[in-house]
Write a protein that binds this ligand. Sequence first.
Ligand SMILES: [Zn+2]
Ligand SMILES: [Zn+2]
Length: 96
Amino acid sequence: MIKTNVTQANRQAHGLCVMCGKEDERTRNGNTRCAACAKKHAQTIRERTEALRKMGRCTVCGKNKEDDGWSLCPACRERSREQTRKHRAAHPKKTQ
Ligand SMILES: [Zn+2]
Ligand SMILES: [Zn+2]
C-alpha cells in the first residue's frame, strides 16, 4: 500500500505539514513541513549524514566508497557538480 504517499500529497495540496498535518506560517507559504517538523527533519538529516561520514560512506547515497577524503562517492560528486553548474547557469548574477 502507498497510503502514506497519498496522505502526504493530500496534506501538501491543502497547505498542511506532510509530517504532522498541522498548518503554520511555513506551510501556508508553500513549505511541505511546519517549523517544528522542518527542524526535526533537518536534525535527522544531520545525524544521518554524520553517521554515514563516520562509517566512511557517501553521505548522499549511503554507498560504500573509497577513503579518498571526500564525503561523497564519485557518482554523487559528479551529480552535485552538475547541479551547481545548472544552478549557476540559471542564476548567472549570483556568484556563490
Ligand atoms: Zn509538522
Ligand atoms: Zn553517493
